[in-house]
Design a protein around this ligand. Structure first.
Ligand code: ADE
Ligand code: ZN
Length: 326
């Protein structure tokens, strides 16, 4: 998809977007062994969800200081802007950074520095979604929501849940989402990726989220698709990620277009780009070429992302003003 075509991204994990060249540079500085992590295609090597999480941890382990996180966010948002994005949200996971000794204040400040720098250089607008890790259990997720509520930040505008969706009951995280909602944060949760439609339903029932990360397996349940349409829930779809993780045999089999044609509000996203050998620009190309959606449908996808972005009304109006007339 031409880089001039306006794009927006709602679903990208910041460490999952780490450029291998930057990771190699920091690994050398901190003497971290990357043996077996890099693959021959310029991405990261893994073979199932458990080894994906392991590789994700190894990538995360090379980011140690505020300046490392500045470099990470600057690189990510600069390349998004070069691909034509006017807006990007990133999932940030302080609990993963903490495993490598990073203090939450340095983590957030460094990422914020990088976003501000990219914004000044390119005009892209960025926001952060503070994200709990489901397989770490309900208590750290609740504590993180409490931290977000107690530490308002102009670029932290959302609260999310990622990690292994098969772990724990959704109801165990309801309190975290209640705290985040009362703090005025936008809400999203990974569901219907590793688990089926019942997981999407549980996220809607227990978290009252406006958006679902993936949610793609809702397509297996006609009543649930109807509910998504009725309630205007936005899906953060990530086609290449889903194929890489084995949900679908190939990109043509992905239900992106079927969900859109059914009236579900969909967006297109890269998730963890070098882990899935993709980029936001490539995901727009997939939707255009493999799912055969035309320019006006692609324009609608960007517009949906801006409409569903976790931003204040003035910023949303400004971003919508950058899009061509519908
Ligand atoms: N964390 C990073 N990428 C993820 C994914 N695709 N699903 C769940 N958790 C994740
Ligand atoms: Zn994700």
């Amino acid at each position: 998809m031409r880089s001039a075509f306006p794009k927006a991204e709602l679903h990208c994990h910041i460490e999952g977007a780490a450029n291998p060249a930057l990771v190699q540079r920091l690994a050398t500085r901190y003497r971290v062994d990357l043996d077996g992590l890099l693959d021959r295609r310029g991405g990261y090597a893994w073979h199932d969800f458990a080894s994906f999480l392991d590789a994700y941890g190894r990538v995360s382990s090379v980011f140690r200081t505020r300046d490392d996180f500045r470099a990470l966010a600057l690189d990510h948002f600069t390349s998004l802007a070069a691909a034509g994005a006017i807006y990007g949200e990133i999932f940030i996971a302080p609990d993963i950074a903490a495993e490598y000794g990073v203090a939450i204040d340095d983590y957030v400040a460094g990422l914020d520095d990088g976003i501000a720098e990219a914004e000044a250089a390119t005009g892209i607008v960025g926001r952060m979604i503070v994200t709990g890790i489901r397989h770490l259990g309900p208590e750290p997720v609740r504590a993180l929501a409490g931290w977000a509520a107690a530490n308002p930040h102009p670029r932290i505008t959302g609260f999310g849940l990622a990690g292994d969706e098969s772990q724990h009951h959704a109801g165990d995280f309801a309190e975290a989402f209640r705290i985040a909602r009362e703090a005025g944060l936008g809400l999203t949760a990974h569901a219907g990726e590793l688990e089926g439609p019942e997981s999407v339903r549980a996220a809607l029932d227990h978290f009252a989220v406006a958006r679902i990360g993936h949610g793609v397996r809702a397509i297996e349940d006609r009543a649930l698709v109807h509910r998504l349409v009725e309630e205007g829930v936005v899906l953060e779809l990530c086609p290449s990620s889903n194929v890489a993780l084995g949900l679908y045999p190939d990109l043509a089999a992905h239900p992106f277009r079927r969900l859109m044609d059914a009236g579900v509000r969909v967006t297109v996203n890269s998730d963890d780009p070098p882990f899935f050998h993709t980029s936001l620009g490539h995901e727009y190309e997939v939707v255009s070429d493999v799912q055969t959606l035309g320019q006006s449908a692609l324009g609608r996808i960007t517009r949906t992302a801006i409409e569903a972005a976790f931003v204040d009304p003035v910023t949303r109006g400004e971003l919508l003003g950058r899009l061509p007339a519908a």
